[in-house]
Design a protein around this ligand. Structure first.
Ligand code: SME
Length: 163
């Protein structure tokens, strides 16, 4: 299974196109949300090699660290703090080309230079945010936004059937 992921090649847009059906297969037949989110984080991390790829779930009135790949990270983020909090409160994808220039950015790791955070919204509520960090400035673009938003739609559609 992991060996197939390694075969994904091409431009970044092509990689997202090849990755999507593989993520669909990874999720098929599994209803545990942590298992599925863990495999999504692992697949995206493996294919693109981003510095940090993971989820913060809405829980106990804050964002709490979920499955991820990369260095250890902050465990709890208030709804109004950081890039993740901004994605939570605005319910929109946040693209940050330079984290130093984003007021209130939470630096879990100094190597992180740019970031994209996407909220997953179910029945009008943000259930989680998908956070990706890169050690390169301005590493994320609309290509990533589109590719990752497709994965977010999959999570949103599946969410209520996951335990
Ligand atoms: N930088 C994020 C915090 C999470 S870590 O990047 C993994 C933020 O500002 O919300």
């Amino acid at each position: 299974m992991a060996e197939d992921l390694l075969k994904i090649e091409g431009t970044r847009a092509e990689k997202y196109t090849s990755l999507y059906p593989q993520i669909q297969s990874l999720l098929a037949g599994e209803t545990d949300k942590y298992a599925n989110l863990a495999n999504i984080a692992a697949a995206v991390h493996e294919v693109f090699g981003f510095f940090w790829v993971g989820f913060y779930l809405t829980k106990e009135n804050q964002l709490v660290l979920g499955p991820f790949q990369g260095p250890v990270a902050c465990t709890r983020i208030p709804f109004h703090k950081g890039v993740c909090g901004h994605a939570y409160t605005t319910k929109e994808t946040v693209l940050v080309p330079d984290v130093e220039a984003f007021p209130g950015h939470i630096a879990c790791a100094s190597a992180s230079k740019s970031e994209i955070v996407l909220p997953a919204i179910v029945k009008g509520e943000v259930v989680l945010v998908f956070d990706l960090d890169s050690d390169q400035l301005a590493d994320f673009s609309e290509v990533d936004q589109q590719g990752l938003e497709k994965i977010i739609r999959l999570i949103e559609e599946s969410w209520t059937s996951w335990a």
